[in-house]
Ligand binder design. Structure first.
Ligand code: XLS
Ligand code: NI
Ligand code: NI
Length: 437
């Protein structure tokens, strides 16, 4: 358990905002209150095991570059346990309170599910002890239903019933271990739940199978008394050409169509939003309107690349817009900000893991403070309120409560010749926003 994977790094210090110290928190102060709540509780920062510990930083053109001296590259259990030790050392030194994982990130896939489960249990025991010793908590767990060749045509939407069955059993186990580790949530990301061509696909049947799969998970969760929140994580494509959970609107329609909406919230990822042709604030606003904003996979992407590049979110303009939405939604309850992000292939040194997370955490601390200041200032919110002021009338009340009729509106409209249109003042509002960043 004692780990010295990062001997060159101490607990990351809090430094002055103008400090030239390369590795230090300039803005993040876990206990500082913003709108009456500590920064730590606003953000609920998590590091993800798949990128932090398992991503060697290879790309389609080149081999992995990441230096991980604590990892011998084998899949024996001792190596898994050592890796877990290094991870908790990282969390502690980087002042990150939560973590997330897929089952297959932390323990290897063996030839049968029974053998995989047995090894998973051994590693989970170790996680439980590490979590107990350090106070670090599981934000959410999930199952990897996309890496093994059996899942090449999907898991819950596979054309083969044997694959569906295996996936269901794997998810059962992943929910169990998430529950055992006291996880606050469980994520369903449909890695290959979609298609690459409709020529070989029965979309109607696949969507129905996915719904049955999720209903079984809801029933299982209830039966074991797991109180964590279930999340769906939208993403339009990659690895599939089209994924059924493509964006917030598609997820909401799917959940409503199949009676699943009461059991799920959404986990919004910045780079998935941009792949869907939306801004992340659009996706967060769509969740807020429907009351399903659950959690966030915090990253960003290169707009010129069209790929899920999973970069660390280090731009305070992005984080300010995100925190405005998150605060407006009332903040996280069981969700948080999970850095589903990886270093660039060129940032291969162990210390880059720290630089990357600290840059992301500081960017969100700035975003939180800026968002709170914008809310306290009130000019933007007042502008929006005034823009809709005509609805605060008797007629507005009748329309908004569903009592008005087309005939009634026609009477008012037929002879009107002037309409009070107003400037949207976008540039003025952007100017105000930037005052705070
Ligand atoms: C991949 C997804 C994945 C989920 C967890 O693009 O973001 O990492 O967050 O399965
Ligand atoms: Ni992603
Ligand atoms: Ni993600």
């Amino acid at each position: 358990m004692p780990s010295d994977a990062f001997p060159e790094i101490d607990i990351v210090p809090f430094v002055d905002r103008t400090s030239k110290e390369p590795l230090g928190f300039r803005h993040y102060r876990p206990d500082e209150l913003v709108e009456g709540k500590s920064m730590r509780d606003h953000m609920r920062f998590a590091s993800c095991y798949w990128h932090t510990m398992r991503n060697g930083l290879g790309d389609p053109f080149g081999t992995p570059t990441a230096r991980m001296p604590w990892d011998d590259g084998s899949d024996n259990i001792d190596n898994c346990l050592r890796r877990a030790d290094a991870f908790f050392e990282f969390l502690r030194k980087c002042r990150i309170d939560f973590y997330c994982f897929h089952d297959r990130d932390i323990a290897p896939e063996r030839s049968t599910l029974a053998e995989s489960n047995a090894d998973l249990d051994r590693v989970v025991d170790h996680f439980a002890a590490l979590s107990q010793a350090t106070g670090k908590k599981l934000l959410w767990g999930t199952a990897c239903l996309f890496a093994h060749p059996r899942y090449l045509s999907g898991a819950a939407t596979s054309p083969r019933i044997e694959v569906f069955t295996h996936a269901a059993a794997q998810v059962k186990k992943a929910i169990e271990v998430t529950h055992r580790l006291g996880g606050d949530g469980y994520v369903f990301w449909g890695g290959r739940e979609g298609y690459t061509t409709l020529l070989n696909t029965d979309m109607k049947r696949e969507r129905e199978h996915l719904a049955h799969f999720l209903h079984m998970a809801v029933e299982f969760k209830r039966s074991i008394g797991f109180k964590g929140q279930f999340f769906i994580e939208p993403k339009p494509r990659e690895p599939s050409v089209h994924q059924y959970d493509s964006d917030t609107a598609a997820c909401l329609a799917f959940l409503r169509e199949f009676g699943l909406l009461p059991h799920f919230k959404l986990n919004i990822e910045t780079n998935h939003a941009t792949l869907a042709g939306h801004t992340v604030e659009h996706e967060l606003a769509a969740c807020r309107a429907a009351g399903v904003l659950g959690s966030v996979d915090a990253n960003s992407g290169t707009e010129h690349c069209g790929w899920d590049t999973d970069e660390f979110p280090t731009d305070p303009r992005l984080t300010t817009k995100m925190m405005l939405e998150i605060l407006a939604a009332g903040g996280f309850t069981q969700g948080g900000l999970n850095f589903d992000a990886k270093r660039r292939r060129e940032s291969f040194e162990p210390s880059d893991l720290f630089h990357a997370h600290v840059a992301g955490m500081d960017a969100f601390a700035r975003g939180l403070k800026a968002a709170a200041a914008i809310r306290a200032d009130g000019r933007i919110a007042d502008f929006v309120q005034r823009r809709y002021a005509s609805w605060n009338s008797e007629l507005g009340r009748r329309i908004e409560s569903g009592d008005a009729t087309l005939e009634e509106l026609e009477k008012i409209a037929l002879h009107r010749i002037d309409w009070p249109i107003e400037s949207g003042r976008q540039e003025m509002l952007e100017h105000i926003l930037h005052e705070f960043i």
